[in-house]
Design a binder for this molecule. Structure first.
Ligand code: HXC
Length: 517
């Protein structure tokens, strides 16, 4: 006898209830005992209330070997759908560790690929929550094929829609390469674990012992490898960080990020004249300068714990998102090195791809000298920052606060790399190198042959300082557009952004460039 609509609806509800339980009560309890939310809880907590629409709930795995034909894996271990975050539309997937350890079989991979294709067609960001034992061992090459399909899509989507990866559990083996191909990776202390080969393989091959946490925990990827962009103490904090990030970025590469109401900086707390010390050798926190010019003194820092001699992140000026790139005099005097070049270059490329103007704050003694740096490839990595600034066609505004020496001057979005506006404070020093080093080289003989070499050295340093340690030589050549008072910085940046809102700058036609990866 045919079922009535009511009976069919009840049947649907029953089927859904089964699928919604994922790996079952016991597996959910195990997940919660590890301090982790379930995949569905994570999606619900991230998205606006009642905005999540799930698809492919009834997808089943297709494996037959190793008794897999007798196993039922609800949704094949991954939840996919669409929703909104503060009204901002996203495609999302979350691997469900309660179902076969969130392992990736071919149907699981097809669900992810399908929602990624949706994101590309709908031109909205994709968020992937990773919590998985990796390739489903029973499915052999099929699960490897599934990963390949995802990596290909990550690459096609790069620079077209924002891609966000959240690591909320293990992410091992080749599985790490999907997050690595995306724009932002979020990790949570004690919960996220990422590595190519785990502790057991390392022990059997190399005899070295290490815990998962020490090998690829959240801190390791936030502080040492730079694979992670945002570090959180808890899953909830991580979800809040994602919500904040999406408020700064656009839906896709044809749009601008949503504008917010204009707000003045908190001028009492961040008074620009009081931030920079009188002694040019004394450090200060460049983030205070950023806060002194950004709306509401808000600054959302990216990769805060990695290569801290470079500060990158988002803020707003007159309601519009900008990307800040700044040397940090508090750490290694703000030098450029392998990691800080890498960090800045990638961020500059993200901003350029997604129509976010760049505001660069300069105060650095140059590239870091040393055998370690040379052998770690500072030539290749340092070139990335030159490449990404030169390539960027979004509005580029540069402010030289203090030191801008040598290659550092050129690299930090100088006029020569096509900054649209270069401003300098009266405290700026623009020269090939610091006065001490310069005087020692060009006046070497005079100093050596002097009766009182120390006195002559001091005089020569002063002479060099007078000549070059100021912004006026560069201003005389038109390399900077205006020497401005520190308190006028926001005014100049606001104006520069206003007049550049229609900027369009052509680049030579090519398939793609070949940056020094
Ligand atoms: C099939 C898997 C699985 C996998 C976990 N499970 N990983 N099933 N394939 N890769 C299953 C377990 O059998 C178990 O099933 C359930 O998930 C929960 O796993 P547990 O081991 O009980 O959980 P836990 O103790 O928390 O340990 C988590 C873990 C561990 C560290 C991730 O499961 C693990 O080491 N898994 C294997 C990791 C791995 O080597 N993966 C392959 C990487 S190579 P039951 O039925 O008992 O509940 C790879 C290549 C990709 O990914 C290449 C792409 C280019």
């Amino acid at each position: 006898m045919d079922m009535s609509i009511k009976q069919k609806t009840l049947d649907l509800k029953k089927r859904m209830q089964g699928a919604l339980l994922g790996g079952g009560v016991k597996a959910i309890e195990k997940q919660q005992s590890m301090g982790k939310m379930t995949a569905r809880e994570r999606i619900i907590a991230l998205l606006d209330p009642n905005s999540f629409h799930e698809y492919d709930l009834f997808v089943e795995h297709a494996a037959r070997d190793f008794d897999m034909d007798k196993k039922h894996l609800p949704g094949d271990g991954v939840i996919t759908g669409t929703g909104t975050i503060s009204g901002f539309p996203v495609c999302i997937y979350a691997q469900d560790f309660t179902v076969a350890g969130g392992s990736l079989g071919i149907m699981h991979a097809r669900k992810i690929s399908k929602i990624m294709d949706h994101a590309m067609n709908l031109k909205i960001p994709i968020i992937g929550i990773n919590d998985s034992g990796g390739a489903r061992i029973q499915e052999g090459v099929n699960s490897l094929a599934g990963y390949g399909e995802i990596f290909y899509r990550n690459t096609q989507a790069s620079g077209v829609i924002p891609q966000i990866s959240v690591i909320l559990g293990p992410c091992a083996g080749g599985a790490v390469y999907s997050p690595a191909l995306t724009d932002f990776v979020f990790v949570v202390d004690k919960i996220s674990k990422m590595f190519i080969t785990g502790p057991e393989v390392i022990k059997s091959v190399l005899g070295e012992e290490i815990t998962m946490e020490e090998l690829g925990g959240a801190r390791v990827h936030s502080e040492i490898t730079g694979n992670a962009h945002f570090f959180a103490e808890s899953e909830q904090e991580c979800l809040n960080q994602i919500k904040k990030l999406v408020s700064y970025i656009p839906w896709n590469n044809t749009k601008k990020a949503d504008a917010f109401p204009k707000k003045a900086p908190k001028s009492r707390q961040y008074k620009i004249e009081n931030i920079i010390p009188t002694d040019p050798r004394e450090p200060y926190d460049v983030r205070d300068v950023i806060r002194s010019i950004s709306d509401d003194s808000d600054f959302f820092e990216v990769q805060e714990l990695f290569a801290a001699n470079m500060v990158i992140g988002f803020g707003r000026i007159n309601g519009e998102t900008v990307g800040f790139v700044a040397n940090q005099p508090l750490v290694l005097a703000g030098v450029l090195d392998v990691d800080s070049s890498d960090k800045a270059a990638r961020f500059i490329r993200f901003c350029n791809a997604f129509n976010i103007p760049l505001v660069t704050l300069v105060d650095l003694p140059g590239y870091l000298p040393g055998i370690d740096q040379e052998h770690a490839g500072v030539i290749r990595h340092g070139a990335k920052i030159l490449y990404s600034y030169s390539e960027a066609s979004v509005p580029k505004i540069t402010i030289i606060l203090r030191k801008a020496y040598g290659g550092g001057y050129i690299a930090m979005c100088s006029r020569h790399l096509r900054a649209d506006f270069v401003f300098a404070w009266p405290t700026a020093e623009i020269a090939v190198m610091g006065p001490e080093g310069a005087a020692n080289i060009i006046f070497r003989n005079e100093i050596k042959n002097a009766e009182d070499p120390d006195k002559v050295r001091r005089e020569k340093v002063e002479e060099y300082k007078k000549k070059f340690a100021n912004p006026y030589v560069a201003a005389a050549h038109g390399y900077i557009d205006a020497v401005i008072e520190p308190s006028e910085t926001r005014k100049f940046v606001v104006h520069a952004l206003e007049v550049s809102s229609q900027k369009s700058e052509l680049r030579p036609q090519k398939k793609h460039g070949i940056p020094p990866f």
